[in-house]
Design a protein around this ligand. Structure first.
Ligand code: ZN
Length: 232
């Protein structure tokens, strides 16, 4: 009746499929930390803080009603579309570096996406409940099907539920890349970063994008692993 993982070698051998995902995630973490650290030391000539830059860019886009609040932590910056609040970490809000300005402009880019009803962002928001459910319960449901022989069809249910989380990670990519490309345009056309400074901000945003690519890759590999196990 029960199949313990011990008797089910594919449970272990299929873990090898996750290795590229683990390596990519570790590399992305290293890359964002080192790149952010490097350009947090480089001050922009404009002298604006991240919060000042975001405020200026929001006002200019007619989004004076979007507020900016400081949040605790490092790289915890985000835009909350429901409350229409830009959350900036203290280092970004008060920093005058290329890294701080890059991140502040990126989050501003999300506010502009929201105001412009940018389609990938709307799809992403609509997927949030299914994605949360899928990432919490997809694997558990799958394991019940894998280890309890009379519950076999649950493997397929688990795979379908988990797929919602994978689609969410994939839809996140165009949203993040678009926010960064908006950020670079805004920073340059407004002279918040000038000339060669743009390259530093761009490197920070590229490194940040890499963490989303790694997360998407990991979720795809987890799904592939589930499919491989279900076919044994
Ligand atoms: Zn973002």
């Amino acid at each position: 009746m029960f199949f313990y993982p011990f008797y089910n070698p594919i449970f272990f051998t299929s873990m090898l499929l996750l290795i590229p995902g683990v390596i990519a995630a570790a590399y992305a973490q290293h890359k964002i930390k080192s790149t952010y650290g490097k350009f947090a030391q480089v001050q922009a000539a404009s002298g604006l803080t991240g919060a000042q830059a975001s405020r200026q860019l929001l006002d200019q886009a007619g989004l004076s009603d979007v507020s900016i609040e400081e949040v605790a932590g490092n790289l915890t910056d985000n835009y909350d579309p429901r409350a229409r609040v830009l959350h900036l970490s203290q280092g970004v809000a008060r920093g005058r570096s290329l890294a701080a300005l890059g991140v502040a402009a990126h989050e501003t880019g999300h506010a502009l996406q929201d105001a412009g009803h940018y389609l990938p962002m709307r799809i992403r928001s609509a997927l949030v409940p299914a994605a949360n459910f899928g990432s919490s319960f997809g694997w558990m449901i799958f394991l019940m099907g894998l280890f309890i022989s009379s519950f076999r069809p649950l493997m397929t249910v688990g795979i379908v539920v988990f797929t919602a989380a994978v689609i969410f990670q994939i839809v996140t990519l165009p949203v993040e890349l678009d926010a960064s490309s908006r950020a670079m345009k805004l920073l340059q056309t407004n002279g918040i970063v000038a000339g060669a400074e743009a390259d530093g901000a761009r490197q920070v945003l590229r490194a940040a994008a890499l963490t989303y690519v790694a997360a998407a890759l990991m979720s795809i590999l987890m799904l592939v692993r589930m499919i491989v196990m279900s076919r044994e």
